[in-house]
Each structure stands twice: as structure tokens, then as C-alpha cells.
Design a protein around this ligand. Structure first.
Ligand SMILES: [Zn+2]
Length: 463
């Protein structure tokens, strides 16, 4: 079973409507702007080592130019002297972009290729820049609890590169923390849309192009939709309120020369096709492969049966769980795996485990439990190609709330042998899917089934 990394969301409310243009107020924040810069720069350094940046001057200077048009018109009340804005292009075809606290922004080539106009590209960048100016990353972290800066930077990276690629990069991070950074709740999304629309008008673009880009992105949605939408969920009526805001805005000095966009689009067509981010991740040498947990690196080998004595773990502010005390805790950015020595290690670039339980969260805001569970199984199947569902889901209980138990079959990447996966799912109050996945080789499964049940029974959610 490959270890999975998905995300939760945290929501807050802060937009205040006045007459005319909407006033957007940054949410409260325990971090200083200098700390935004510090952790954004740290994560950006890592991102530059992990992501295939475009070294094509025609493309990169174009994206920088668009970025500078936006940073030139930042309203004085949102200006932070410490912030350093950079705009880099990533050579992958997935439609995505992200910005880090304090200013670094990364735009995927696929985003530019998908855009129908320069205003659409600027729309996504204005939205991303708005998250930076409103300091949404650290505002969310302020709510998530108290963390060391090092943990926070690792979590930012986990949120960037973890995601759907299915590889572990951020290690030693606190459970649930990575979720707090680049994946925003609905109210932060609405703020970034509204401020983004205002920035666009000030920079000479029609704010409605932003709404149009979001529709373009939505149309590209496959089974799970582009990652950008998963990080920036539609708060509902996105196009409508952006267009309403646009009515109160005046585009002062419209940018008339859009030939750069046409040139860059045709130039991109002449280049070799960009890889998907998954392909890019596979070909990137990972420097942080063997740093799981605190002890020696994992190596697959003989596995002792689960101890009958249990040990309790507290994971962030999210939940407690008891597992056999000969299992180790392996932290990921949005999931934690408990496994005995010999049962975890690496196959290729992937972290795998053959025996044990992974507990984590997967953002899924719009579905009921059976649908969310179904979607989650599809996501698992993307990184575990031979996964199949063995039975319908049965009713179960996690910490007193309704849950589902689903049995899956898989072929282990590590051993090539059949393994059984018990998936337990329930929904948190914000709609996030909470899951526990028990994994054991088929032959040993009878000895593990009761252990999985006991582990799941011990879960206490702080939700
Ligand atoms: Zn957003």
C-alpha cells in the first residue's frame, strides 16, 4: 500500500461589505510578516529544488512581467515592506499555481496553456497574490495550533509537493499542519477572489477575466478536478460575486497590448510537451527520502506480529489513537502511518508499508459519506494501480459517529503479493473525510483484522 497524503480545510469569516467596492480585511494572525517571509523563502528554496522550473526566457520573463504589473499596484494598507515577490514558471502541464507566504509565486505552464486570454492568467495570479497579501497561510496556521517555524516550513512544502503525487517529501511535520497552508477554506477563497478582482482592475485588467479563468479550470475537471480547485475550492457562486464586484470597479488604465500572450502561447506550442506533475515528481531526485520518524530509515524485512499491548498517540489537535506498542509512528504532511519494523520502506521513490494502519484526512466538502468514500477510493487507486474493491461498504462507527468500513484488495508494490486493505471512513464537521486504512498481506490478514478493529475503536476525534 502506498502511503497517501491528502488535505483538510479550515474556514474563517472576515469579508465586510461596504457600499461600492467590498472591503477585504486580513484575518487575525499570530505570526509576523517577517515570519511569513522566512517560511515562504524556506519552502520556495525547497520547491525550486523539487519542481522542474522553466528556463525559457520568453515564458519566464512574460510571467514575471504580469506579476510585476500586479505588485506595482498593491494597495498601501496591504503592503508589507518585508515581502519579496517572485514569479516563476513550472514546466508541468497540470493546471495549477501556488503562492507562498511572503511572496514567492509559482505558475504551472499548464495554467498558461489552458488560459484563453492574458486576463485569465492575470486572474489566477491576482487571486494567488491576494492570499499572500492577506497572509492567509499564516492566518490559518495561527488557528491550527502552536508549531515551530521549522515544522511550518516543512508543512508548506508537504502541501505543495505531497498532494496527489503520492510521494512523501515533508517529513517530521505535524499531522494536519500541511493542510493549513495552501488549501484554503471558503471564506479565504472569497476574500482572495474579491481582492483579486480589485487588484486586476487597478492593474488594468477586466476582473471578469478571473471568473472566466475559474470556469475554464472547472471545465478541465477530470474525476478529481484540477488540483488548483482542490486547493482553492469554489465557495459557491464564484462567478456571480466576482462579476458583481466588477460592477463596482473601474479599470483605470486598461492594458491594451496583449500580444505577449499570443506570442507566449504559440512559443509554448513549439516546445516539447510538458510532463504531468506526477511524471515530473517521479523523475526528480528526492533528497528527503529516508527521514521518516526519528529513528533509522525504514527497510522492508521480517515483521513481528502486533503486540497485544497498546500505546496511545496524540496527533496534532485532531485525534488520539492507540496502536500496538511495537508499531512506530511515521509522520506525513496530512497523514500518519503506524507500522512495525520491517513493514515500511521505499520502492522506487514511493514510501510503502506492508503491515499497519495509516490515519489521515482527505478534503471532500461537497459529498455525503458514501460518495466521499467512493471518491477517496478512486484517489487511492490512482497511486495503487491494482487496487480493487472487494465488497460493498458496511456500516461502522468511529468515536460514536457514523462510519463506513470497506474491504479492498491490492497487490503490494513491495512484495508483489496480494494484500488486504480495510478502509474506515467518517466525516468531520467541516466536511473533511477522516480515514483509517489497515493493511496486511492476505495470508496474514486474519491475524490483523482484530487489531485493525481495536485501533479504529480507540480513535478519539477532537472535532
Ligand atoms: Zn485561493
Amino acid at each position: 500500500m502506498r502511503r497517501a497524503f491528502y488535505s483538510a480545510t479550515i474556514v474563517a469569516l472576515t469579508t465586510i461589505s461596504l457600499s461600492g467596492q467590498t472591503r477585504v480585511t486580513p484575518p487575525s494572525n499570530k505570526y509576523s510578516p517577517a515570519q511569513d517571509v522566512e517560511l515562504g523563502q524556506q519552502a520556495a528554496r525547497e520547491a525550486r529544488q523539487q519542481l522542474p522550473l522553466m528556463r525559457d526566457d520568453a515564458v519566464s520573463s512574460y510571467v514575471e512581467r504580469l506579476g510585476q504589473r500586479l505588485t506595482a499596484i498593491i494597495p498601501a494598507d496591504l503592503e508589507h515592506k518585508e515581502f519579496r515577490y517572485t514569479f516563476e514558471t513550472v514546466n508541468v502541464r497540470d493546471i495549477n499555481a501556488f503562492a507562498l507566504p511572503g511572496g514567492p509565486m509559482f505558475v504551472n505552464r499548464g495554467m498558461i496553456e489552458a488560459a484563453n486570454s492574458e486576463g485569465e492568467v492575470v486572474g489566477v495570479m491576482a487571486h494567488e497574490l491576494s492570499h499572500v497579501l492577506l497572509r492567509h497561510g499564516t492566518a490559518q496556521a495561527s488557528k491550527a495550533g502552536k508549531y515551530q517555524m521549522g515544522q511550518v516550513a516543512g508543512a508548506v512544502l508537504g502541501a505543495i509537493i505531497g498532494g496527489r503525487v503520492g510521494s512523501v517529501v515533508a517529513q517530521g511535520t505535524q499531522f494536519g499542519l500541511g493542510t493549513a497552508f495552501l488549501r484554503f477554506g471558503r471564506e479565504y477563497e472569497r476574500q482572495a477572489d474579491i481582492l483579486g478582482a480589485q487588484l486586476m482592475a487597478r492593474a488594468g485588467y477586466d476582473p471578469r477575466d478571473m471568473a472566466s479563468m475559474f470556469r475554464t479550470i472547472e471545465k478541465q475537471g477530470g474525476s478529481n478536478g484540477p488540483e488548483w480547485l482542490s486547493d482553492h475550492p469554489n465557495p459557491g457562486n464564484r462567478s456571480e460575486y466576482i462579476e458583481k464586484e466588477a460592477l463596482s470597479l473601474k479599470v483605470s488604465n486598461p492594458v491594451s497590448d496583449r500580444s505577449g500572450f499570443v506570442q507566449v502561447k504559440s512559443h509554448l506550442k513549439s516546445l516539447p510537451k510538458a510532463p504531468s506533475s506526477e511524471e515530473a515528481a517521479k523523475s526528480t531526485t528526492r533528497r528527503t527520502t529516508d527521514q521518516e520518524g526519528s529513528g533509522p530509515s525504514g527497510k522492508l524485512g521480517p515483521v513481528q506480529p502486533p503486540s497485544s499491548r497498546y500505546r496511545e498517540y496524540s496527533e496534532g489537535d485532531l485525534f488520539r489513537v492507540s496502536v500496538p506498542n511495537n508499531w512506530r509512528e511515521l509522520q506525513g504532511s496530512a497523514a500518519v502511518t503506524f507500522a512495525p519494523t520491517g513493514a515500511f520502506g521505499q520502492v522506487g521513490n514511493q514510501n510503502v508499508f506492508t503491515h499497519g494502519v495509516e490515519v489521515g484526512v482527505s478534503r471532500n466538502e461537497r459529498h455525503d459519506l458514501p460518495e466521499a468514500t467512493h471518491d477517496f477510493i478512486q484517489v487511492l487507486a490512482q497511486s495503487n494501480g491494482r487496487l480493487s474493491q472487494r465488497s460493498d461498504s458496511l456500516n461502522a462507527i468511529i468515536d460514536g459517529r457514523r462510519a463506513l468500513q470497506t474491504t479492498l484488495a491490492n497487490t503490494s508494490d513491495a512484495t508483489g503479493k496480494a494484500e488486504v486493505i480495510q478502509l474506515f471512513t467518517t466525516k468531520l464537521r467541516d466536511g473533511t473525510l477522516f480515514y483509517a486504512i489497515g493493511v496486511a498481506p492476505e495470508q496474514e490478514y486474519p491475524a490483523y483484522e482484530a487489531t485493525f478493529q481495536q485501533v479504529v475503536r480507540s480513535i478519539k476525534l477532537n472535532d
